[in-house]
Design a protein around this ligand. Structure first.
Ligand SMILES: [Zn+2]
Ligand SMILES: [Zn+2]
Length: 313
């Protein structure tokens, strides 16, 4: 039994060892491949680097790498002098021209073709070295970097089109109109910063009758109007209606020798509007009647006296 276990253990270890060996072999091949990749040797002739191992791929570098990364690639011997010059002429690495000259990657008399920003950067940096010469080599290294950066910034700032400006108006302030005063809306253009105003016309009051004091026969009444929106009020007079005459009414019947009375009042408020006297029913005044009676009695008495005297004779 024990032997069997030992056997298996031995087989196991051998298998593991085999695997490990295979692994290192793979690693070795990998390093080999990468070695061949890096083994593209740069050939020096007459101070220039005539062959770079990634010369064929410089277009990719232009497309996908920043100037700083391409510069690192150059330090890594990936590009030859003609290719570096081509890339500069394509408009890349313009900020590194002086550095590359100082380090001998491109000849001192090399001038980038075309592209304005490079020429200005060059003339400026070229003017400096003679004054301070080699002591200021670190300065000249850094200067072009910042210059090219600001230049590209101004170039990418495209002028906004009129359509974009027209679409950039936004409402930034609003004052609502009241019943009596106009409101306004302020629009600000987010691109140009200009402002413009639009007025909102005043709506006017919206009145309703909220209180009524009725007019009487003799006194005016009032309607009170209140604005539903702002509460402003005003009063409007209701003219007095005036009395309405009713029918004449007898207040005291006339007697044979006494007068009566009658009056007319307002149907609504009962005020006596007019009163009149009713004459006595007998057409002759009382004194006249008494006078007549007295006269008749006197005449009868006289006749009686005269008749008695004639009988005595
Ligand atoms: Zn109002
Ligand atoms: Zn009345």
């Amino acid at each position: 039994m024990k032997n069997k276990i030992k056997k298996y253990a031995a087989i196991g270890t051998i298998a593991i060892m085999g695997l490990l060996l295979a692994n290192t072999a793979v690693e070795k091949t990998v390093t080999l491949i990468s070695d061949t990749d890096t083994s593209c040797v740069t050939v020096y002739s007459g101070g220039e680097k005539t062959v770079g191992r990634c010369d064929n791929e410089y277009k990719l570098a232009e497309k996908y790498e920043t100037d700083a990364e391409i510069y690192e690639d150059i330090q890594d011997n990936q590009f030859s002098t003609p290719i570096i010059e081509t890339m500069i002429n394509d408009g890349y690495l313009l900020g590194y021209v002086d550095q590359l000259k100082a380090e001998g990657w491109i000849p001192q008399d090399f001038t980038p073709a075309g592209s304005k920003p490079s020429s200005t950067a060059q003339t400026e940096t070229k003017a400096e070295p003679p004054a301070d010469n080699q002591a200021s080599s670190s300065e000249t290294k850094e200067q072009p970097k910042t210059e090219t950066k600001t230049e590209t910034k101004t170039e990418t700032k495209a002028e906004p089109t009129q359509e974009e400006i027209d679409a950039a108006w936004e409402e930034t302030e609003r004052t609502e109109a009241t019943c009596t005063e106009d409101g306004k809306i302020v629009y600000t253009n987010s691109i140009t910063g200009d402002t413009k105003e639009e007025s909102i016309p005043a709506a006017g009051h919206d009145y309703e009758v909220t209180e009524t004091a009725d007019a009487t026969c003799t006194e005016d009444g009032t309607n009170t109007y209140t604005c539903k929106v702002c509460g402003d009020t005003y009063e409007e007079a209701i003219p007095a209606t005036g009395h309405t005459e009713g029918e004449w009414k007898v207040t005291k019947e006339a007697g044979l020798f006494s007068t009566g009375s009658k009056e007319v009042t307002c149907e609504k408020c009962g005020e006596v509007l007019d009163a009149e006297e009713i004459p006595q029913t007998c057409p002759l005044p009382l004194a006249v009647v008494i006078g007549v009676v007295v006269a008749v009695v006197v005449i009868i008495g006289a006749i009686v006296v005269l008749v008695r005297r004639r009988k005595n004779i």
